[in-house]
Design a protein around this ligand. Sequence first.
Ligand code: ADP
Length: 666
Amino acid sequence: MYFKASLTALSHAMEDQVLAGSEQPLVIASFQRERFYRQEAQRYRRIAQKSNQVYVLAAPETDFKHRSQDYETIAFDADDPLTKEWHLIVLGKSYASCLICQEKSPNRNQGMTTDMDNNRRFEGIWTFDRQVAQQAANILLKTIVDYRPELAEKAQQARDRYIPSDFLQDGDPQTQEVDNTTWDVTNNNPDPFVQRLVTYLQAGQYKLIKANRSLSAKEHKERLINSVTTAIRLSLDPDEILQVAVQKLGEGLGVCRCLVYRCKETDTTATIEHEFLNQGIPSIKGQTWPLQENPLFQEVVELRDALTIDNATNDPRLSNGKGNPSAQSLQTLVHSCSILSWMLVPIFYSGRLLGMLELHHCGPKPISWKEEDVALVNAIATQIGVALIQAEAYANLQDLNEQLEALDRTRSNLVAITGHELRTPLSTIQVCLESLATEPDMSPELRQVMLNTALQDAERMRKLVQDFLTLSQLESGRVEWNIEALDLHECVELSLSNVRARHKETPLPNIENLVMEELPLVKADGEWLVEVLAKLLDNACKFTSEEGKITIEVSCHSPHHLEVTVADTGRGIEPKRLETVFDRFYQEEGALRRSTGGTGLGLAICRQIVSGWGGHIWAESQGKDHGSQFHFTIPIYVDQMSSESAYPTITRSPQGRQRARGKRQK
Ligand code: ADP
């Protein structure tokens, strides 16, 4: 059994024997099809220069036909059994060899690749036995004459010359004597034959080594992709995912430095937070990498594909630094990070850029990146993209869960508050109204007391419902912010007059407004700003005795915002409660034992409002009976035209807005 590749080697070796020798042998080659012959046509023209007894047989496919030119061509029928056979007979005076084979499954060769073609199998013999070669030659000469009777004479000449007559007459090859010497390697020159076979063996071996190498490289890469994928899939934390990815990729590819950073197409810079370093390579963790001013990043974004630089020292994008600031800054980067060979691979997910993977080789010599390296890093970038999106989805889910839990807490709180806060005043109102209705003899004074109590409790209920609606509105993001430049002093005055109007009946502690008039304008929604100030002042009044003191002041610690402080000398807050007071429905004495009025929603509303303009709110206190200070920040209004903070040259009127708001609420 022979593979086609071996038969080709043997045939070529036999043909080379003819080409290298000085004999004029009989050569009969039967190719299965014209296409196989075509690959060898040139050789046969050369063989024909050695001998005039050369016959080539094949089944025609395009223009192969009976012809007598350099040698004889015989086009046999498409259904001739020869289409399944491979023969080569070489009969010289001093040597003879023949190859007689039949293909095992001849129809499989259609549409095959070269590799598969070489695997075609044949059964048959290859021998130096002169008698076998003579017999085969005789049979094929008969076929040749059948197809081309005009060659009968030439075929006869071949028989006369190469096949002994007694062999032909009695058909017993054992009895003939003429030229019956077998091929003798010592007398004849076997070199071309042997060399050809050795070359073929070497070539085969080389191909095998190459195939093995590429197989093991492929396997190594697949293993690397698998290990990175498995490792990053184990986590839903983006930082962990990125660190594991650079570590595995850097180790797997043996690069000097591998880094990954998250970025969007529009980002100006990115901070390097995840890197893998090989021994002796300087770290660039924490550095800020330019993106908009980085022609390489821009090229990757535009190409939406990986970019490789084999030698950064002579890359035109990096060497044309003169007069081009971005190329110059890139050059500095290359130099400071000792980058010699560079690969940038974008991390995309559904067309959205999520980050960039970079591989650096720092010398001493540059390396040339291979296509398969790029393909591998690309495959890993895809995996990182998927893992990041999964982590993002998980984080969103967690957020949602937290929101749901918070909503659930609010709902439970609401149930509790409805139970206690609404039912208590409701029962009072009911009792008062029932008494008024059923006891006509009640004194007018008592009647008035009953009515006042019912009215007070109705007001308490109204406030609770209103605060609850306000908070829901703010939390759901359904508020339309009307941001404008505001005079803080004016807003404080307005909120103070609101508070004073509300507490007309009760004595208030001393309130001092220390807010200067010449402050820069602030940027906020006037209605909501007054609401925050009023709520903080209300609380200060509620929790401070009339002997105490309340102050409002403004400080400026940053060019971007002002800090407002409402401080009182009242009952103070325990340090561990400083954050809890901002929780919804938090009241130190609990909803049931509330003596001061209020809903427990005021500070939660304030936090939502302050966050709305991008500020912070927090409480400070030295503890029980040591007073409290509530601080919040508010952005300074910057005049777009002059890029400077604006001062109150225009008189804003939060009062007007406040009136409008009052009307709306009614
Ligand atoms: P309330 O309507 O109960 O005032 P808030 O949300 O405004 O609701 O306040 C929540 C809780 O924070 C109050 O019940 C009180 O216990 C505490 N608190 C708020 N402001 C002060 C303050 N100035 N001094 C002491 N405690 C305060």
